[in-house]
Design a protein around this ligand. Structure first.
Ligand SMILES: Cc1cc2nc3c(=O)[nH]c(=O)nc-3n(C[C@H](O)[C@H](O)[C@H](O)COP(=O)(O)OP(=O)(O)OC[C@H]3O[C@@H](n4cnc5c(N)ncnc54)[C@H](O)[C@@H]3O)c2cc1C
Length: 342
């Protein structure tokens, strides 16, 4: 098939790579200019999963790993501290990983696409991989996003481990993700836009040198709330259709899982079965809706561990089942303590 992929982020790059190998004719359109194209993200994800996705795309993930985490320190309200045992959480060089995925693909940089971009009419299907922007699909009334921004910093060798500060009411969190050699991503997502931790960080580490300041909101509404996934010959993949884990604002692995579902459905038949795709995505990310409801209840101060027991159990059971994909240990008592402390 002749396919246009709009957006050269995680989903667009991986899809381009895999679909070209499957014999499709691919062209990518990316709004940023080549020299300024940068993956806006803290580059943290589970190695266990990225090894498999990389292998599928002919890459060796080991060469991209920047920092392999052991323990994540989490500061909570009322001076409580929790440590998560890390089981595969890494930061990796997402810039070069995506660049390498795109080797040999035709990419048109500086093309900001919209639903009436006429050059898109030359394709059998147009894939909306524009992430948060969802530039080609209709808006969803249930969309929910959290503002965020971060700094790429260097000269901070004092901390060399994952560190986060959870905000009261799960209204966001501050993160410090080490990238090795004294570099790190440091930033915050915060529904109230206070971004506690960022100015405190600069006061504590005045020698920190800022290399980049980047940001955009992160979508927290899960796939079930991001319909439609398709409109005429346009199909959404990745964060554009809500493939982000709502508790963490973590979208790399969910977007890649979504790509695999898309590829599977596309290669099944000579025409794309949009209904089947929708069904499979909703099923795969079904429990993300429970997690999203927990986050929203917590944000509104309405989460009750007895009343919402079923919802909480669904989150725990599903996260435990997918423990490897998260890259940290899932423990029921610790999850309870965290939710109570927030
Ligand atoms: C500050 C921040 C930190 C994050 N940290 C993490 C993390 O550590 N781990 C994690 O798992 N997730 C993280 N996320 C979420 C994660 O980055 C995204 O969910 C994931 O990148 C989504 O992948 P995607 O391919 O769907 O979209 P993106 O990776 O966002 O790619 C979308 C691409 O589309 C392009 N584009 C947009 N509109 C148009 C248009 N109209 N025409 C053409 N091109 C267009 C953009 O320039 C971009 O290149 C973070 C997000 C933010 C904002």
């Amino acid at each position: 098939m002749k396919l246009a992929i709009v957006g050269a982020g995680v989903a667009g790059s991986y899809l381009g790579n895999r679909l070209k190998d499957d014999g499709h004719q691919i062209e990518i359109f990316e709004s940023s200019k080549k020299e300024s194209h940068w993956p806006v993200c803290a580059w943290g994800a589970s190695k266990n999963m990225l090894e498999t996705f990389s292998k599928n795309a002919g890459l060796n993930f080991d060469v991209y790993v920047l920092h392999q985490g052991k323990k994540l320190r989490m500061d909570l309200p009322h001076e409580k501290i929790e440590y998560l045992d890390l089981k595969g959480l890494v930061t990796y060089d997402k810039y070069h990983w995506e660049q390498d995925l795109c080797q040999g693909l035709k990419i048109n940089y500086g093309f900001h696409c919209n639903p009436v971009s006429d050059f898109l009419s030359n394709f059998d299907y147009v894939i909306d991989c524009t992430g948060f922007h969802r530039s080609l699909l209709p808006r969803s009334a249930q969309d929910f996003i959290i503002p965020s921004y971060e700094f790429l910093v260097e000269n901070v060798s004092e901390i060399d481990e994952f560190y986060v500060i959870g905000y009261k009411g799960a209204r966001g969190y501050f993160w410090f993700f080490p990238l090795g050699d004294g570099r790190a991503y440091m930033g915050a997502g915060d529904i109230d836009r206070n971004y506690y931790g960022i100015s405190e960080f600069f006061k504590k580490y005045p020698q920190a040198k800022i290399l980049k300041k980047i940001g955009r909101p992160i979508r927290l509404s899960p796939p079930k709330r991001m319909l439609p996934f398709h409109n005429d010959n346009i199909i959404g993949v990745g964060e554009s259709i809500g493939c982000v884990f709502p508790l963490l604002g973590e979208g790399i692995i969910p977007s890649l899982i979504c790509c695999d579902i898309f590829i599977d459905v596309l290669n099944k038949d000579s025409t794309f079965d949009a209904g089947l795709y929708e069904k499979r995505v909703i099923k795969k990310f079904g429990y993300y809706d429970d997690v999203y409801r927990i986050v929203r209840l917590k944000m509104d101060g309405k989460l009750n561990s007895i009343k919402h027991f079923k919802l909480l159990m669904s989150m725990y059971r599903n996260m435990k089942r997918e423990e490897k994909r998260f890259g940290f240990g899932i423990d029921f008592d610790q999850m309870n303590r965290l939710l109570k402390a927030l």
